[in-house]
Design a protein around this ligand. Structure first.
Ligand SMILES: [Zn+2]
Length: 233
């Protein structure tokens, strides 16, 4: 459950900071796509300790917000070095590395960079394709275990999984053929969003509409789905 910091403790912070208590050892924070800073804290951590932790990361938070903002406004990407690209909600600087010979484009994360190794003189389209193929394989590797896991929990069986880029929805479900389609653009959102979309679509195999039974089933399996779906607005 998310909880906003109490403002009276917190002249320093804006209202876009939320605290999540978890059974974990260390404090951790991340910047969500809407700029909210989510601080995950051990159940025992005191308010002072948490505030000091956030304060210590003030610069990093500002940088992350700036990068996310850039990534969101600069679409469509020209796939040149310096552009920002989001991977599971985390902003990375694109680094185009031209090399010869280069049989297969290679894409990999190194620190805060997304390195794309391509031959000299590649077109925007070719670089875009290299990144998109890589994104597709990441989504694919993540979605398969999620579906395996959730179809067992929910008690449904998926026939076919399709990954594509879609303009107006994050996922679809065709109940008759038990086919699930997942939007590849979910790669830009925190991974909890992919999990939410998978559970949402699998619940449609039980209830083919957005009836109250559907939302109840979803809530039974994913009690904090509202918090996640907010990131998909
Ligand atoms: Zn739906």
């Amino acid at each position: 459950m998310a909880l906003l910091f109490n403002r009276q403790h917190n002249d320093f912070f804006d209202d876009k900071i939320e605290l999540v208590r978890r059974s974990r050892k260390n404090l951790n924070l991340r910047v969500l796509p809407d700029g909210t800073v989510r601080v995950s804290a051990p159940r025992r951590a005191g308010q002072k300790e948490i505030i000091a932790f956030v304060q210590a990361h003030q610069r990093w938070i500002a940088q992350q917000r700036q990068m996310i903002h850039e990534a969101q406004k600069q679409r469509p990407c020209r796939f040149v070095s310096g552009e920002v690209i989001l991977l599971w909600g985390r902003p990375l600087h694109l680094r185009i590395i031209e090399e010869d010979p280069c049989d297969q484009p290679r894409v990999f994360v190194e620190g805060d960079s997304l390195n794309v190794c391509v031959p000299f003189h590649t077109s925007v389209q070719q670089r875009k394709k290299a990144v998109e193929n890589w994104q597709r394989s990441l989504i694919n590797n993540s979605v398969i275990p999620l579906i395996d896991d959730w179809q067992e929990k929910i008690g449904v069986k998926v026939n076919k999984i399709t990954l594509r880029t879609m303009k107006s929805c994050w996922g679809t479900c065709t109940a008759q053929t038990r086919r699930i389609t997942i939007n590849i653009a979910l790669i830009e959102k925190p991974m909890t969003c992919l999990n939410y979309v998978v559970v949402h679509e699998l619940c449609h195999l039980v209830h083919h509409n957005h009836s109250s039974d559907f939302w109840q089933l979803l809530t039974d399996h994913l009690p904090d789905w509202r918090e996640t779906s907010r990131l998909l607005k």
